[in-house]
Design a binder for this molecule. Structure first.
Ligand code: NAP
Length: 261
């Protein structure tokens, strides 16, 4: 999508993939300066380890504890996390959802969940409930974020605790799947979607397949639901704008990813 956007705007830039061995991450970060790269995206497993080599880290990235976008400002490297802004833009444009005063139910407690929690809390959510297969990780996340976002009511639940999950889902304004369940061959989530309020919306960060079992089942019940392609699009749109300082050609990027308008 970035190469299509560069070509569309006539920018003399190219987006390439580099497979970096974790042992060489410090050298790879120095190379951004030494080779005069405009910027980079960073993905698993380097999103945390790159942070040590940066000159500045944007507040949302430091709250998440992970950087997915770096810009090189004449040798000064600044790190951002555009998953945070990307999920907010996707939720607004695809589901007309804003987190202000809403009750959020999140499944998953990995890296993606961290970015979504920061997005929801900075967006003014009333409460954030985290359910995860490994309960201890959900509890640790809620304990970590509670002191930073004192106005938000946090709770954690084991995903297998059907009664607790049902309670939390009944009062949810949005269900966000931040786990890998439903991706490719991984078994989908088994959630009591019929308990959701009719105005509750469902967002699945998984985007392979493009209509995930969670999205399909939610739509069957008449709920508004979308998969994670929009978040993928908007985290890229925001990275593009950080690197180039230009408005990204969103429709060109959307078409390449085949994200429904
Ligand atoms: P991660 O750090 O590895 O975390 C994976 C999470 O999924 C953990 O909470 C794990 O639970 C849970 N999980 C895995 N298999 C499961 C299953 N069968 N049933 C229930 N829970 C399961 O991964 P991540 O970076 O957070 O990414 C999670 C998903 O989000 C991936 O599918 C990724 O592609 C997607 N994602 C999408 C976007 C986007 O732009 N749309 C951005 C980031 C990530 P345990 O703690 O119990 O292991």
């Amino acid at each position: 999508m970035h190469n299509a956007a560069f070509a569309h705007l006539g920018l003399d830039c190219v987006y390439l993939a580099f497979d970096v061995d974790p042992r060489n991450i410090a050298k790879a970060v120095s190379s951004i300066r030494n080779l005069g790269l405009c910027g980079v995206n960073v993905t698993i497993p380097h999103k945390q380890s790159v942070m040590a080599g940066l000159d500045e880290i944007a507040p949302e990235a430091s709250m998440v504890g992970a950087v997915n976008t770096i810009v090189n400002e004449t040798g000064r490297l600044k790190g951002y996390n555009t998953d945070v802004s990307g999920v907010l833009r996707a939720l607004y444009s695809e589901l007309e959802f804003v987190p202000q005063d809403k009750n959020i139910f999140i499944v998953g407690a990995g890296g993606a969940a961290r970015a979504v929690i920061v997005a929801m809390c900075t967006g003014g959510a009333r409460s954030v409930a985290i359910a995860n297969r490994t309960y201890s990780k959900a509890r640790e996340l809620s304990e970590e974020f509670l002191p930073r976002f004192g106005d938000v009511g946090f709770s954690a639940a084991p995903l297998e605790d059907a009664e607790r999950v049902a309670q939390l889902m009944e009062r949810a304004d949005i269900v966000i799947n931040c786990s890998s369940a439903g991706m490719g061959d991984i078994e989908p989530l088994c959630l009591p979607l019929d308990l959701l309020d009719e105005n509750c919306v469902v967002y699945d960060l998984v985007y392979k397949p493009t209509v995930t079992p969670l999205v399909r089942d939610s739509r069957v019940l008449g709920l508004k639901a979308e998969s994670g392609l929009g978040m993928l699009l908007y985290q890229g749109v925001d990275a593009f704008e950080i690197w180039t300082g230009e408005d990204a050609p969103v429709e060109v990027m959307r078409e390449i990813l085949s994200v429904p308008a």
